[in-house]
Write a protein that binds this ligand. Structure first.
Ligand SMILES: *[C@@H]1O[C@H](CO)[C@@H](O)[C@H](O)[C@H]1NC(C)=O
Length: 268
């Protein structure tokens, strides 16, 4: 019993190996799965799912309708598991996201209010980002937007943005205006908080479908990441909002926001 409890509360540490909730969508768009683990898209221990399943909600939103998506638990081998949900038959574009306001978390140090978010919005052209970003409602959010998907888009204002981009100062960043470099696709990572661009710097880390790290860029709201030319890509960000408060009678020192996203890169 003691061991299990220690295990259950070991997931939110501050190092590279922290648990996030990861969402992705099947190639045929018929289902979504959510994992809770240290490695992007990989199933984690089923015991950990018990700690979040009552607080998790999955939402699909189009311009016409917002639907709560019912999910169930699926086993992955002896100890691992994930959440799984058939998706309503809705044509993209649409917002698809999940939130888990976990609650008070103290085991890793100071008392924090821990919140998880994930998303896997489905878009068909870069211009879809204008309506879809307004349909995404998570408080903290990272999205990966490819201005050059399908028929070779031109500029970042096609992915829902009205801002300039950084000069590509980090090793893992693409220079502004390039659609690819060194055989890697250049895509835009956008970090938002309360529906607005998030100015404070956060590290955006991207991962491939095996959960391996592709790149890390310190990002003030918008940055350009290098990712493989095809396949699933995940991204994760963490933000400590240093605002104390009270949650269900317990005082906390800050709010710990953990967000991920996934997309499929398709360059033609
Ligand atoms: C991003 O990661 C680097 C390397 O670990 C670290 O030095 C830096 O402080 C991080 N930046 C932020 C904003 O957390």
């Amino acid at each position: 019993m003691f061991v299990l409890r220690a295990c259950l509360f070991a997931f939110a540490t501050t190092g590279a190996n922290s648990h996030y909730i990861w969402q992705d969508v099947s190639d045929d768009l018929e289902s979504t799965s959510l994992t809770f683990s240290e490695h992007a898209g990989q199933p984690g221990m089923r015991a950990f799912l018990d700690g979040i399943k009552d607080k998790l909600s999955i939402t699909q939103a189009t311009a016409d309708d917002t639907t709560e998506v019912a999910f169930s638990e699926k086993r992955d081998g002896a100890v691992n598991g994930e959440f799984f949900a058939p998706l309503p038959n809705v044509a993209p574009p649409y917002a698809l996201e999940a939130a888990c306001p976990y609650g008070i978390f103290t085991e890793a140090g100071p008392t924090a209010l821990l919140k998880y978010y994930t998303s896997s919005p489905q878009i068909t052209t870069p211009n879809d980002w204008f309506p879809v970003q307004d349909l995404l409602k998570n408080q903290f959010e990272v999205t990966l937007r490819d201005p050059y998907m399908s028929t070779g888009g031109k500029v970042v204002d096609e992915v829902g943005l009205k801002v300039g981009l950084g000069a590509g100062l980090f090793e893992d960043e693409c220079p502004s205006g390039e659609n690819s470099i060194d055989g890697m696709a250049c895509i835009v990572a956008v970090v938002r908080f309360n529906g607005e661009l998030h100015e404070p710097a956060v590290n955006v880390t991207t991962f491939d479908a095996s959960g391996d790290t592709i790149s890390i860029v310190e990002c003030e709201s918008v940055c350009i990441m290098k990712v493989p030319m095809s396949g699933s890509v995940f991204a994760a960000v963490q933000f400590k909002e240093m605002t104390p408060g009270t949650f269900e009678g317990t005082e906390y020192e800050y709010v710990d926001h953990w967000a991920t996203t996934s997309t499929v890169i398709k360059r033609d």
